[in-house]
Design a protein around this ligand. Structure first.
Ligand code: FUB
Length: 323
């Protein structure tokens, strides 16, 4: 039984992005390093330098480590902190999207291209123009167009942006002011550029009102993921400082998305992050906790479990605690 157990034990892994390519599951996690760094709200403890890809065909067996697919030393524009990445396939090419801090300390997105899902991925010389913040998800729409959702507040810098413009004076909204929205942006046909300016992906309550800044149990913090099921779009995310994974649903890609509920209750460790994928007719939740490191925030490990939907399409919550 490997469900809800550390999935990869020879290295620390976090922030899973999981897709089915060529009939196999591919996992693109962050690679936490075994460093002793004090944790802070800025996420300075997450000093990742590279990515590995993992392949999984049998859900009863550990995934295969396909090796390093990209290292920060080969990314000309990036200084450090290779955080949550994701991968998309188009016309037989694979595009790895990843955030990192540039030489000025601002998070930007890079793109790297490969002929196989296992890489190696060759990075573009410059970051994607107009990109900012962290935690991206690559989503393929039914018409063959591709989108990124992204964003993360606090260390992820999203709360310092308004209308895609940065100012150090912008802060996380409080009280009844609408919370910061995650973003959605269409990719250009070449998959290497934004086709437009990023737009707000608005999450609303049952009265159709945008979630408020004070609503820390429901407002978006980081870890965006988007998938489609039975004609509905599901946007899923972390509430950060309240340590929940939540879901919101819409009939339209651009929303608004109605808040639905909790997917995963708090895990061991501060961060909570995930992806949701269907493989061989079963839905799965991939996530991380800190069981291997006994709670050290920058040494996380992936886990997965089956995910159930109720008759109305609601996600049945999963218990994140270690029993
Ligand atoms: O792994 C670094 C950061 O921690 C991610 O970007 C966040 O989602 C959180 O998991």
């Amino acid at each position: 039984m490997i469900e809800k157990k550390p999935l990869i034990t020879h290295m620390y892994t976090a922030d899973p992005s999981v897709h089915v390519f060529n009939g196999k599951l591919y996992i693109y996690p962050s690679h936490d390093l075994d460093l002793d760094i004090e944790s802070n709200d800025n996420g300075d403890q997450y000093m990742m330098e590279d990515y590995h890809a993992f392949r999984m065909e049998d859900m009863t067996k550990s995934p295969v480590d396909c090796g390093e697919i990209l290292n920060v030393k080969n990314v000309k524009w990036a200084k450090m902190q290779m955080w949550d990445c994701d991968c998309a396939e188009k016309d037989g090419k694979y595009y790895l999207y990843f955030p990192a801090r540039d030489k000025d300390g601002m998070f930007r997105f890079g793109v790297a291209v490969a002929d196989k899902p296992e890489g190696p991925f060759i990075p573009e010389d410059n970051y994607m123009k107009g990109s900012y913040s962290i935690d991206l998800c690559a989503f393929k729409e039914d018409d063959g167009s591709y989108y990124l959702t992204f964003g993360g507040i606090w260390g992820g810098q999203l709360d310092q942006y308004r209308n895609n413009v940065w100012s150090k004076d912008n802060k996380e909204p409080e009280g009844d002011v609408p919370a910061v929205c995650p973003k959605i942006v269409k990719l250009a046909d070449n998959m290497k550029e934004f086709a437009e300016d990023p737009k707000d992906l608005v999450i609303v309550d049952k009265d159709g009102q945008p979630l408020k800044g004070r609503d820390h149990n429901r407002r978006f913090f980081e870890a965006s993921w988007l998938f489609k099921k039975d004609g509905k779009y599901y946007f899923t995310y972390s509430t950060g400082d309240t340590h929940l994974l939540c879901w919101a649903v819409s009939d339209k890609l651009h929303g608004p998305y109605s808040y639905g509920g909790v997917i995963l209750t708090p895990v061991l460790g501060w961060t909570t992050h995930h992806s949701i994928v269907q493989y061989k007719n079963q839905w799965y939740l991939f996530y991380h906790d800190c069981e291997l490191s006994k709670g050290i925030d920058n040494k996380r490990n992936l886990k997965f479990c089956k995910l159930q939907f109720d008759a109305d399409g609601g996600i049945v919550p999963v218990d994140g605690s270690i029993k």
